[in-house]
Write a protein that binds this ligand. Structure first.
Ligand SMILES: O=C(O)COP(=O)(O)O
Length: 338
């Protein structure tokens, strides 16, 4: 029976087919055909695996604490190099509000290191008036891709507990970030998340494409053998939600703990306070666990969920979404439409 303790032991094609059949009888027949195992115990089909993919900055960790330090160090070095205070103009250009001391939606919040470097080169020309050669020279002398060891990495919640909880419910966990693998590994280590997630996709991976390309998400789904319609993305910016849409994921959940505000995140299916609330929604959708707090779903989200795969739709039914097609049987969960 060892052979058929789970369908994960079957060849991947058969596994993919079996996942779709979802019928214990057929599974038994197919499995018995492929096996010479003597034990006649019936095979219980595993539920199709689910996956939640988290963005890093602004979602898992504080955007401001980490990237304000990075940016201030960068722009200070540039000012010293040029003998000119470029902090105000360049901060505005990359989306750092020096008055409120907050990172807004924009290049600093969203771009990869490679993109951000060329944005800064561009800004030194358009905002400061340097020639392309002067801008490039100043960047060569000052730019650093890596976060310094002193950079604070502040978790947005009890991440080890959240990850363990998801995994205990059979939900796979991955990280999809526009940051480099070096910086991401540094963060993972400092957050105590080593060994608690299944995969990550970073901007400098050989097969990566910048968000909102779906490439990173589709690669993760493929590597973890989870169909996109059984996966959710949790992120703090528009590009995270667009990447989820482009990849055909079941859920795109915006968190308000990072760069994006309600307006900027309204293209998602739901907007929640932070990663803990997002986890509640994921658990409700994929593991049938009732959320503790009320959830805010966008109109687009409700429409999408109405025609989403059965697993997600059924959970939404039981969450009493106030919508004709979705009016459910339980009134225990408060769901607000935004
Ligand atoms: O590194 C960045 O600028 C953004 O990273 P994120 O994709 O994890 O938000």
């Amino acid at each position: 029976m060892v052979l058929f303790r789970g369908i994960k032991y079957l060849p991947s094609l058969a596994r993919a087919m079996l996942g779709r059949l979802q019928c214990a009888q057929v599974c038994t027949a197919v499995a018995n055909k492929m096996s010479r195992a003597e034990d006649p115990k019936p095979i219980v089909c595993e539920k199709e695996a689910a996956l939640v993919v988290f963005d890093k900055d602004g979602t898992l960790i504080s955007l401001d604490d980490t990237w304000i330090i990075f940016w201030e160090e960068t722009v200070n070095r540039l000012s010293v190099e040029l003998g000119l205070d470029v902090r105000g103009a360049m901060s505005r250009f990359v989306g750092f509000d020096t008055t409120t001391h907050r990172i807004c939606q924009g290049p600093l919040a969203e771009q990869t290191m490679v993109q951000l470097r060329s944005t800064v080169v561009q800004g030194l020309q358009s905002e400061i008036g340097l020639t392309p050669e002067q801008a490039e020279r100043a960047m060569r002398a000052t730019w650093q891709d890596h976060l310094s060891n002193k950079t604070p990495i502040i978790a947005q919640g009890n991440l080890p507990q959240i990850f363990c909880r998801l995994k205990a419910h059979g939900i796979k966990v991955a990280i999809f970030t526009a940051d480099t693998r070096h910086n991401t590994e540094m963060a993972v280590m400092s957050l105590g998340l080593c060994g608690l997630f299944d995969a990550m996709s970073c901007c400098d991976d050989a097969d990566s494409e910048d968000k909102p390309s779906p490439r990173g998400l589709l690669n993760l789904c493929r590597r973890l053998a989870v169909p996109p319609h059984q996966a959710a993305m949790v992120g703090d910016s528009q590009v995270d939600l667009s990447a989820a849409r482009n990849a055909g994921l079941a859920l795109a959940i915006g968190v308000l703990s990072g760069a994006g505000d309600r307006e900027e995140l309204k293209s998602g299916d739901a907007i929640v306070k932070d990663v803990s609330a997002a986890t509640e929604l994921v658990m409700a959708a994929f593991a049938g666990v009732e959320p503790i707090n009320s959830l805010q779903l966008t109109v687009a989200g409700i429409q999408r969920l109405a025609c989403s795969p059965v697993a997600v739709k059924d959970q939404m039914h039981s969450m009493s979404i106030p919508c004709a097609e979705l009016s459910g049987n339980s009134n225990s969960i408060k769901t607000q439409v935004i």
